[in-house]
Design a protein around this ligand. Sequence first.
Ligand SMILES: C[S@@+](CC[C@H](N)C(=O)[O-])C[C@H]1O[C@@H](n2cnc3c(N)ncnc32)[C@H](O)[C@@H]1O
Length: 254
Amino acid sequence: MRKILLIGIGAGNPDYITIQAIKALNQADVVFLLDKGEDKRDLSDFRRSICERHIENRYYRVVEVESPKRDTSKTYLQGVHSWHREKSDIFTSLIANELAEDEVGAFLVWGDPSLYDSTLRIIDRILADSALSFEYQVIPGITSIQALAAEHKISLNPIGEPVQITTGRMLRENRPVPNSDNTVVMLDDGSGLSSIAEQDAEIFWGAYLGTPDQLLISGNLKNQAANILKARAEARARKGWIMDTYILRQPPKA
Ligand SMILES: C[S@@+](CC[C@H](N)C(=O)[O-])C[C@H]1O[C@@H](n2cnc3c(N)ncnc32)[C@H](O)[C@@H]1O
């Protein structure tokens, strides 16, 4: 039976790769890569270099296909659903046409597959909706959240407190989960941060974590929001893309 491995490769530093991920890579007959365009060429190069560095004494094929883009003219959820449908059609034909019945295929997932990533949902959808059958395994990876906490040398949670993980869009739409003084924000195009720039909080921000381009800023939100927005706009213009994450923490109560 075909086997699919969803391998978390960590969120930026090639050394984030785990021994379990290396062992999984060395089982792969085919590595599937999604090309996200010229701007993000360094992200597919990163995945290729992980294979070259860690797959030893084994012949494997790399199959790269163009990644579909999310349609931003639809509502957010409609756009995401049709984007997932497109991806699921692509993955179905990759598995059906590029992987023999007894072979192992690997998808290299940025960070960890459980965190704001659609690969798991797409694999489940293929198993439910298509005639294909295969087994699959998930190999966890170091997330951008762990990288951020490590680089700022902070714990995610103050003693005994909860942590919420949300997106820039939710923040902008003023929908934070109640009762959380500790919030991790991902997938922000800057508008989430702009919308809360005047609030009283501490911020721990990081971009391109784990890479040579890493940027870190921390401090009082009111003092740092403008610096962060400027740094992210400049970095994005320079590199063509940006990935940044931040932790917001309420000042300790008296
Ligand atoms: C589609 S999600 C993928 C998250 C990933 N699965 C993980 O485990 O971190 C992309 C978002 O993750 C965050 N992210 C991923 N890699 C990052 C990095 N190296 N530095 C800062 N943020 C990163 C950013 O918030 C980005 O918008």
